[in-house]
Design a protein around this ligand. Structure first.
Ligand SMILES: O=c1[nH]c(=O)c2nn[nH]c2[nH]1
Length: 294
């Protein structure tokens, strides 16, 4: 047997960092969960119990905190790139560092109509994500939004699909559409950290654009299907984020079933009279796509 692939490191490293503006007293917080895995000339640690090539996962965990102290943690793309590049610079036998950063929401409270200097709340379990692969050929970055749960009560249809002896689903011109948005945008590979720092504002701008495009398209599109609506989102993000190369979406179709209540005093609760629905935990549709620039 031979080792086909190997990477190891520390997962679920929770990091919090505060920035204190001494002049204004305004404090800003970032909370993230980090996974950092290393690849390289580490085969003998698996095949021959040779630990001399192992940067301990505990040391990797320490490095995650130290790099958060040394570098900005926002935008997460910059922090993840600094963290990944560190392992290439420090350990000649490491060929790649794979860093995943999941940023949690701490939205500043507005108290009596004013932003509070040091109080925040979790307005949703939506996450901002970054996956970085730092290699000696450059740094590839995939940014994303995960767990943004949305629903529209109309403006969604699904008809004209294959109808055969396996089909029981009724066609609809007016249905609820709900999903948990998992969107990603992969950047052109950056040759160096310097190239990333040059124009670093691109990352926050892209996240804002992707989030706004997702919500606006979801809300305004007279959706013919999840497939077509998500494709429209991809087209727009490619256009608005010129350095993006591939846009991906993975959208569960979280069904809300009509409930026929006609057995009870002839209640009308289906079709255009439907008001009370049964939200389904599963099964759910799952619609995926990746759209590239060319
Ligand atoms: O938007 C949808 N796409 C599908 O492929 C599908 N299949 N059942 N319902 C569906 N809704």
């Amino acid at each position: 047997p031979s080792l086909a692939s190997a990477r190891y490191g520390k997962d679920n490293v929770r990091v919090y960092k505060v920035h204190r503006n001494q002049e204004t007293g305004v404090q800003t917080v970032t909370e993230m969960t980090v996974c950092c895995l290393l690849e390289g000339a580490i085969e003998t640690s698996y095949t021959q119990a040779d630990n001399s090539v192992v940067v301990a996962t505990d040391s990797i965990k320490n490095t995650i905190y130290i790099k958060a102290k040394e570098h900005p943690v926002h935008p997460p793309e910059l922090y993840a790139s600094h963290l990944g590049q560190h392992f290439l610079d420090k350990y000649a036998h490491i060929s790649a560092a794979h860093v995943k950063v999941v940023v949690h929401r701490w939205t500043r409270m507005e108290i009596d109509g004013k932003p509070h200097p040091h109080s925040f709340y979790r307005d949703g379990e939506e996450k901002r994500t970054v996956e970085v692969a730092a290699t000696r050929d450059g740094i590839s970055i995939k940014s994303g939004i995960n767990g943004l749960t949305v629903l529209k009560s109309t403006g969604s249809a699904f008809h004209g699909f294959v109808r055969d002896e396996y089909t029981s689903l009724a066609e609809t011109w007016d249905r609820i559409l709900s999903t948990d948005v998992d969107a990603t945008w992969a950047w052109k590979t950056f040759p160096t950290i310097a190239a990333i720092e040059e124009g670093v504002e691109r990352f926050n701008a892209a996240w804002e654009s992707a989030r706004n495009i997702t919500m606006k398209t979801f809300a305004e599109d007279e959706s013919a299907s999840v497939q077509n609506t998500m494709y429209k989102m991809c087209e727009q993000i490619l256009e608005v984020v010129p350095e993006s190369e591939v846009i991906g979406y993975s959208l569960p179709n979280k069904h809300y079933f009509e409930i026929d209540l006609s057995w009870h005093k002839g209640y009308k609760n289906t079709g255009k009279d439907a008001e009370v629905y049964a939200p389904q935990s599963g099964p759910n549709g799952l619609i995926k796509c990746e759209v590239s620039r060319s």
